[in-house]
Design a protein around this ligand. Sequence first.
Ligand code: UDP
Length: 450
Amino acid sequence: MSVNRSAQEARALEKRLTGHSRARRGVRRRLAFAVSTALSELVVRLIEIAVALSVSLFVFVPVLLARLAVRLPAGKPLFSKRTVFGRSGKPLTLRNFDGLSGGMATLPWFLELFTGRLALAGTAIRDWQPSPAAAPEQGYISMVKPGIISLWSIRQSSRIAHEGREATEWEYIFRKHPVYDFLLILRALPAMLFSEKEASPSPFFRLLGMKIGNMTMQTAIGMIRQALEEERQSAIFFVNPDCMNKSVADRNYREALMAADHILPDGIGLVIAGKMLGTPLRENINGTDMLPFLCTMAAEERRSIFLLGGKPGVAEKAGDTIAQKYSVTIAGVMHGYFDRKTENAGVIEAINRSNASVLLVAFGAPLQEEWIIRHRSELKPAILMGVGGLFDFFSGNIKRAPRWLREIGLEWVYRILQEPGRMWKRYVVGNPLFLYRVMKWKVLDQSSNP
Ligand code: UDP
């Protein structure tokens, strides 16, 4: 009774102080939420209509007139149809400009912004499949309107969509908000620079005389799993533009790379190079992005990992984080500042004694690649991988660029800001030099293989 009375008194006091009862405040809050949602949806619609108007007037109509002039006399159709999943999983027929590719082909999609059947930012556009098996998988994803721009399409452009489409769609749905959509649209602009719908089917591409793997993260992990099962030793290295520049000047490094079983493309520089050489990459695969997949696979296969490299204490910290996050066994750790003239034997013995199946070496390029190749015959682990600054990221020593920056190909800008003294030359001088070398290689390669 006294509890009830004090609760009543508290409510009366609250009403006296604020002027409103709790129930009334709840209604007000719900009303405010409904109004703000309706308002933000209205703003989004207005922006979409403004974009649709601008694109229609300044791009679609001129392209349409040009296509009419070319296609009509030849008796060819102007549009081709594509049926995709619309909102609520219903089929939606879109028109593409027939005979055009990439963004130009999909210009007519902007007209769907007027009808409201497509959003500017939304879930990914996906081909309609009438089979009932496809519908449940699409599930709640279909409740959100598909968009000309999607998180999936942006990640695919920068070739870092390692988690797969469905997981990316769910990430988008959980984050969906007008502000997030707006930022997504901004992100889509630089991503268009390296967008390429079709990846090259070739399993590798040649750059500066090197054979670089062209595969998805899943294929790379499958390949490592197979090497583990067959107890076949594989040296796997990653190359970014800085590595490629170093390989031109440093013969030993170049030879170490050539001796690897697989060289994998790390970063947006290699994605751009692949595009320039007419072999658009399937995915950009770097050690840091690969680690979660590698550890999960190693844990499934009950294999352990040895971490070698980094400043004293760094590999320990990284090992703790990795073991905790991915439930994988860390067989041993060792810093990378031992004397590589006199202490190799002891380090190699420690690695072999640990029975690790995977050895990650983080001395930075070219030290790690040269060390692995020089000692591979003495080392027991099946997988020998050079991983650069990876332990620094996983120990929390150095923060990795946020994902949205990586998605627009600007991870290197973040690295310059973090360590300007060490990084500016690598990127500010190195990136243009790399692109120049790619262009030169393209001309030379094409003239020698016409
Ligand atoms: N490092 C090492 N031993 C050495 C020199 C460097 O273990 O003798 C480590 C260093 O502490 C750092 C990593 O190697 O953790 C190199 O990082 P960097 O960012 O330069 O590598 P990248 O990924 O750029 O190749």
